[in-house]
Write a protein that binds this ligand. Structure first.
Ligand code: BG6
Length: 467
């Protein structure tokens, strides 16, 4: 639909930016922090690990001052579970509590709304070694952790996100399982246990902080059938149900998506569901839907020739097929980033429409951005006009979605500052703020505002009036 007049972004729109603990903090073994599975990560030759990252742990005040200068209304970050509970449960690390307390105080000083992810890919190693998410004890550990977060930070946080990209952890499990990669049956047990854990945390929040809001943050993207033949359309529907709807259907409707449950039982992947699990899940309705969006997917019908799966590298945006169900297809209409991620601003509008029409719930974009190599030029600047183009194209589509009637409450691009990519190290940068380090030379970690910083600052000041 083309409009003569677009609706404005709401005046209280949460213009934000995101990060996650293990990708930005560094200080991996300082002040009593325990190890997370990410601390065991051995990257390929020439690529950094997560141990120092952007050293935000030691630059926190400086970084928040930059957020204030940028004019952020909201900052989405994650708390490192192992910094709070070094063994995943049990003794609390007070130094870890103090770090996040100081961070929250700094944010409040500048009236920046904290949006806190409770768990972003960094399961405490001790829990992993005890069976990780396959073990139901991890559900109890998550509830204990949630209780501590709500007790200690509840008065300072209005927006909570339970689990970042649960669907990516299930569909691209290699990075989340430093040992043996689980099979699908094991993965769907992990998945179910995470559903129960999120539900328990949600219900606990209702009791402990009744005014706060909470939601999930999966990676949700629209899918296109490769051609208009009905089998491709059916394959796309199935992909969308397995890869996306399952995660919101459980949260919003409290039930497994019927076609996904049929798939799980047919393949023998169905999880063990304990008495009371589904009741808990049904009671724990979220307040809003977090949504990470980078690119759309395209699929065709399976060929059942043993090659539907087409496994590629562990990159979470790379489409994977599934034998007998769907097969990854190319989309010739879209450009790609240097790292092979498709660029599809209209796909964001399509995604927002589909989600809103299905759930009628407020949506918060918790991630979206361009990861690429940036160059610090001789004038000491980073001229990232390509990032400005990328974000501006996506913001325009978000405004169109709002005009279509979608209740979009905020937009947190990935990322506030350069940080370590999940798979591709430090050269793949996303931030509005450049960090002067390379894969192997930490230099002084100087913070440098990119051109996109000035652009986003103006956009926030004007509430995107001149987009
Ligand atoms: C999201 C994750 O999937 O994508 C982030 O939540 C991640 O943790 C982001 O950094 C970008 O992916 P990558 O692999 O380029 O870092």
């Amino acid at each position: 639909m083309f409009y003569k007049n677009l609706k404005d972004f709401p005046t209280d729109f949460l213009w934000g930016a995101s990060t996650s603990a293990y990708q930005v903090e560094g200080a991996w073994n300082e002040d009593g922090k325990g190890m997370s599975i990410q601390d065991t990560h051995t990257p390929p030759e020439g690529i950094t690990d997560f141990k120092i990252a952007s050293d935000h742990y030691h630059h926190m005040e400086e970084d928040v001052a930059l957020m204030a200068e940028l004019g952020l209304k909201a900052y989405r970050f994650s708390i490192s579970w192992a910094r709070i509970l070094p063994k995943g449960r049990g003794a609390v690390n007070e130094a870890g509590i103090q770090f996040y307390d100081r961070l929250l105080d700094e944010l409040h000083k500048y009236s920046i709304e904290p949006i806190v992810t409770m768990y972003h890919f960094d399961l405490p190693l001790a829990l992993y070694e005890n069976g990780g998410w396959e073990n139901r004890e991890t559900i109890d550990a998550f509830e204990e952790y949630a209780r501590i977060l709500f007790e200690r930070f509840g008065s300072k946080v209005n927006y909570w996100l339970t689990i970042n990209e649960q669907n990516v952890m299930i569909n691209h499990p290699a990075a989340m399982n430093p040992g043996k990669v689980p099979n699908k049956k094991e993965l769907y047990q992990q998945c179910h246990n995470m559903f129960v854990a999120s539900a328990k945390a949600t219900l606990l929040l209702r009791k402990m902080c009744p005014n706060a809001k909470i939601g999930p943050a999966p990676n949700i993207i629209a899918v296109y059938p490769e051609k208009c033949n009905p089998s491709d359309a059916l394959a796309a529907d199935m992909w969308e149900a397995i890869r996306c709807w399952l995660y919101y259907d459980i949260a919003v409707y409290g039930r497994y998506t019927p076609s996904v449950w049929s798939y799980l039982t047919e393949k023998g992947y169905e999880p063990e569901i304990f008495d009371g699990d589904m009741d808990l899940i049904a009671k724990a309705k979220p307040d809003f839907l977090g949504l990470n969006y980078y690119a759309t997917a395209t699929v065709s019908a399976p060929k059942n020739d043993g090659h539907d799966c087409q496994p590629r590298n562990g990159d979470q945006q790379v489409m994977v097929g599934e034998e007998g169900l769907y097969r990854a297809a190319q989309n010739p209409h879209l450009q790609q980033t240097k790292y092979g991620w498709l660029i599809d601003p209209i796909g964001l509008r399509v995604t927002l429409e589909r989600v809103y029409n299905r759930y009628h719930m407020p949506i918060l974009i918790t991630e979206n951005g361009l990861g690429t190599h940036d160059v610090l030029t001789e004038d000491g600047k980073v001229h990232d006009d390509y990032r400005i183009d990328y974000l501006s194209d996506h913001f325009k589509q978000a405004q169109l979605a709002i005009t279509d009637g979608v209740d979009l409450i905020g937009y947190c691009p990935w990322a506030f500052i350069d940080l370590v990519s999940t798979h591709q190290g430090y050269n793949k940068r996303y931030g509005f703020v450049y960090v002067d380090r390379t894969e192997d030379d930490l230099k002084e970690m100087k913070r440098i505002k990119k051109d996109s910083f000035d652009w986003y600052k103006k956009l926030i000041e004007e509430n995107a009036k001149n987009l």
